[in-house]
Ligand binder design. Structure first.
Ligand code: COA
Length: 348
């Protein structure tokens, strides 16, 4: 029976550091408020020109591919998770395929926001288990900085997010009990509008309670208008408290589901790498599961929430710091817009 193992892992974050203090130049906020509510001290922003979701993904992928002892030309499938693609379409997968000189392999883009990487890993796992592919590149990358409202109006959302990329190469293994043990994916669209970027989109706002009053001809289109920028509807929307409430329930639930499936308990986890949504959420989850500090890895303090990139960046940093050893039980868990959530249990 084939199982998938993470054969190589890499991450990339842009060089530009923006501290909480830096953000006070654009909006009415404070280091104290941001740290107290989110744990974030600083985040990275990509260069405005020249650095994109795809270019960051390429940097992370190069490292993952090298560490897997393979080459870009040996990759036989790409799964790219992002909510901030270089183009509305096509997705970043084909851009990465082109720029890395890969063969005419399949490239799948997925849109599951903060759970994007866990979803991507689960899809890759199925392809490896069936023997369809042998070297899958799974990427999470985000350039949030291009579409955040840096005025005081947007401060509840914009202080949280940062840019970066992470990647893994998944390969088959026949080593008994090693690799990805199971993955668990969920969604509930009941609160889809609570964390979302509505435009550009083809809905014309029909799902929204407070449909903005724009000229008729613009409503059904995917246009980004001057009015949208002026009234703030062009930017991501988040009902922070609704997200918080749901996340603190669904994280422990989906971690518990993964453990139960494998007849394990929280005490068996060597390292939980939760999506870096908010340090307070991670701490709540840690407390609920009664995990020690050394059983949970957080780095949101330095990078903010990098959505689809946060799990692979954190996983890679933890691995580089020697916090993941051969045979360890690693649990990945994520929750985000949709809402969507998921977990993956890995015997390293
Ligand atoms: N700096 C200073 N003040 C801010 C601020 C900022 N960056 N953002 C919001 N505020 C203000 C609000 O305007 C409000 O002021 P008021 O009381 O005068 O109206 C006050 O702080 C409280 O706002 P509120 O939105 O109720 O704060 P909160 O306690 O819910 O914290 C979040 C906001 C976003 C930090 C919190 O809800 C949260 O972390 N939610 C989860 C978000 C998350 O994890 N998202 C990622 C999903 S994967």
């Amino acid at each position: 029976m084939l199982q998938s193992k993470i054969a190589g892992i890499g991450y990339y974050v842009p060089k530009n550091v923006y501290t909480n203090q830096d953000l006070t130049r654009f909006m009415d906020t404070s280091d104290e408020w941001i740290q107290e509510r989110t744990g974030i001290k600083e985040r990275r922003y990509a260069d405005r020109i020249g650095e994109t979701t795809t270019t960051m993904a390429i940097e992370a992928s190069k490292i993952a591919i090298e560490r897997a002892g393979t080459t870009a030309q040996d990759i036989d499938f790409i799964i790219f998770a992002t909510l901030s693609p270089d183009y509305y379409f096509p997705g970043c997968g084909v851009l990465l395929q082109r720029e890395m000189g890969m063969g005419e392999i399949g490239a799948l883009d997925i849109r599951n926001q903060c759970s994007g990487f866990v979803y991507a890993l689960s899809i890759a796992d199925q392809f490896i288990k069936t023997g369809m592919y042998k070297n899958i590149l799974v990427v999470g990358s985000e350039k949030h900085s291009f579409a955040l409202d840096y005025s005081t109006r947007g401060r509840g959302v914009s202080v949280i997010f940062g840019d970066g990329a992470g990647a893994v190469v998944l390969q088959p293994t026949t080593e008994e009990g090693k690799g990805i043990l199971s993955t668990h994916l969920h969604s509930d669209g009941a609160e889809a509008e609570k964390l979302a970027m509505y435009y550009p989109g083809a809905s014309g706002g029909i799902w929204l309670d407070n449909k903005p009053e724009w000229p008729e001809q613009e409503l059904g289109g995917m246009l980004m208008t001057k009015e949208m920028l002026e009234d703030g509807t062009a930017f991501p929307y988040m009902d922070g408290q609704a997200v918080f409430k749901k996340a603190v329930v669904k994280f422990p639930e989906v971690i518990g589901e993964a453990l139960a499936k494998n007849n394990l308990t929280p005490a068996d986890i060597n390292l939980l790498v939760p999506h870096q949504a908010n340090l307070r959420i991670a701490q709540f989850v840690q407390k609920t599961l009664r995990l020690r500090d050394d059983q949970v890895f957080n780095n949101i303090q330095r990078y903010g929430n990098t959505t689809a990139a946060s799990v692979p960046i954190a996983l890679c940093e933890a691995w580089e710091e020697g916090k993941i050893k051969d045979g360890d039980l690693v649990c990945l868990a994520a929750f985000g817009a949709g809402f969507t959530w998921g977990s993956a249990l890995i015997r390293w």
